[in-house]
Design a protein around this ligand. Structure first.
Ligand code: SAM
Length: 199
């Protein structure tokens, strides 16, 4: 009987400790190490914070790319999906966004559904450093100078001649852009893939 009482006391104490947060287990029932590993995985892959491109700059980027019927637009790090949505809505082209942040993936997919653009616009959960760029005819990005440089070898080796690469704010090091414009104080760069040997 004394043993049963002892088990009860210890059991209740552990229960209270967990409910009040003293025992460091997540309250969603998952094991701490798995939850932490998942969180760390996302954080370590997220190499650029979410800062949205102002809508007028989005419009300027897509105009600079001279989007035409049949184009396939890839936005690397698609945030809330505004570039993908604008490309699909304004130009009627297929547009894919690649994003790693689960909240932004959810939000951008919801934005696509709200605009009824599911047939043209799509968000894929994928690290931009692993994306096969070859199906794209337009690639847009608002990343960081170091990330642009990381992507540059892939851009040059995978993209077909004629593909337009448009970057908000950041250049590609010593790869000279074909055109640079200013939209409301923001710099936008354009490169057109041509003779790869020359680049
Ligand atoms: C500066 S925001 C640009 C968002 C959007 N393209 C725009 O112009 O409004 C960069 C985005 O890249 C995403 N990102 C960062 N690292 C990533 C990675 N490794 N793979 C995919 N997306 C990533 C961020 O979550 C963020 O949404």
């Amino acid at each position: 009987m004394r043993k049963v009482r002892w088990f009860l006391v210890v059991g209740i104490a552990l229960l209270l400790a967990n409910v009040s947060g003293f025992v460091g287990l997540p309250k969603d029932g998952s094991s701490g190490s798995v939850a932490q590993a998942q969180e760390t995985g996302i954080e370590s892959k997220k190499i650029v914070p979410f800062v949205p491109t102002p809508q007028e700059v989005v419009e300027g980027m897509l105009e600079l790319a001279q989007i035409k019927k049949g184009d396939v637009v890839y936005d690397l790090g698609s945030g809330d999906g505004r570039i993908v949505i604008t490309a699909a809505k304004k130009y009627g082209v297929k547009a894919l966004g690649f994003e790693i942040d689960p909240d932004l993936i959810r939000e951008s997919r919801e934005n696509i559904r709200n605009e009824k653009l599911e047939n043209l616009a799509e968000i894929r959960e994928q690290d931009i450093l692993t994306v096969d760029l070859s199906p794209a005819s337009v690639v847009t990005m608002y990343l960081l100078p170091s990330v642009n440089l990381q992507l540059r070898p892939k851009v040059l080796s995978q993209l077909k001649p004629g593909t337009r690469v448009v970057s908000h704010a950041f250049d590609m090091g010593d790869w000279k852009p074909d055109k640079v414009i200013n939209v409301n104080g923001r710099t936008v760069y354009l490169w057109v893939i041509n003779n790869k040997a020359a680049q």
